[in-house]
Design a protein around this ligand. Sequence first.
Ligand code: ZN
Length: 473
Amino acid sequence: MSRKRHEGPGLAVHPPVVYLLTLLPGIGLGFLRPIRLLPGWWGIVIGILLIVLGTAIVPPVLLQFRRAGTAFDPHKPASVLITDGPFRFSRNPGYVALTLWYLGIGLVLNSAWILLLVIVPVFIMDRWAIPREERHLEEKFGQEYTQYKARVRRWLTVRQKRLLVLFAILIAFAAWAYVPRPWSPGAVLETEHYVIRSSATDEQTREIALAAEIVYSGYLRLMDEFQRTVPPHSKLGIKLFRDRREFRRCNRIRGWAEAFYQPPYCYQYYSADEVHPYHWMMHEATHQLNDAAARLRLPQWLEEGLACYVSTSRIVDNSLHLGEIDTNTYPIWWLDSLELSGDLDADKKRGTIIPLRAILSGQGGPSMNRRFNLYYLHWWSLTHFLMHYENGQYRAGLGRLIADGGALPAFEKHIGPIETIERQWYGHLAELQKQTSRATPPVRLKARKQDLGRVLALCYCECSATVLTTACS
Ligand SMILES: [Zn+2]
């Protein structure tokens, strides 16, 4: 049916402009105060799906307008009432597509702000633009439009709405599970090399500060020996949570981790119940030093190997004794579970030992997800072997290997043939197992304010998290 008409619905703004004008502040807020909604690639995958879905609606809509020979532009008067194609399911499929695009972009950018702000364009369209268009169509097509209006929903069918609600519930659940909880550290302690934001007690924060500085100086000694200069860098950040419960609550996305490094911060809790309350921190602090201080780019076996090597070393008299093993640390407490027969080939066959080639290349070994303790034992013991075998026979080679990137060909070049090294390492591992049968004493650093200043020439200040003092007295 076609009738001439001279007046349109009288919209002052183009609907896509409404969506765009909402999207821009959403993007801006995301930059100023980012709130990520979904972990990893999930946002991108779901977002692209929504964009594709929205895009799929557009060509049939355009086709219907073209066939009917009426204006697609909502500013212009309609000459024909279209009720076919996508218009059988929704009276406004074009706006549904716009909303899907908007939501898709919000998910691809992983911004809770953009998704929350979707209310704005939907509200404007639903309360202002669509009613105007409906009045215009009612005037123009009378009963024909009233009947169509009674038959088809403004936005979505009941079934589609239910699906949308289900989808929103799933996204809300993911957000609940993964979005970091707000956390307000009560104190900021600044040392020579670290800024520690902490919700632990003063004493615990000082202990962690001392342990971090001990790791720092031990690490520096190591890099010195490898003739690697650590370029000047800004102070390293640590977020110290009061206990495991608070750490877990605020970092749900890393539910499995006891500590983690996510630039620029090391995240950990004070594990008061453990015999060695700092070893998780020492491990992550080494990753942080590799990345933010020494700028090393290493393969997984060597990156984790170095972190384990440092974090399993004993602290004696406020100094890190590299290579002297503390049995109260991870993964050393799993070393007993390795049932070594003395026959390397048999142990490789049984799966007790992962072939060295698989360790170095990261390929051909058992599933890392299921055997991660075994992998950590291998990474640690291999690094320990390269540092200490036969009074440090391979130590210089390890330094060159680190400089060369740590890949398998570099290993063969700087250390030796895989088969020979594998046998020597296996022997070293068996020795380590014997050595660690005797437990080391617990670690508790006494880090009084004055000790911290005297021993490490640190400054200590405690201030509100919002006013961080850089110059301490
Ligand atoms: Zn690690």
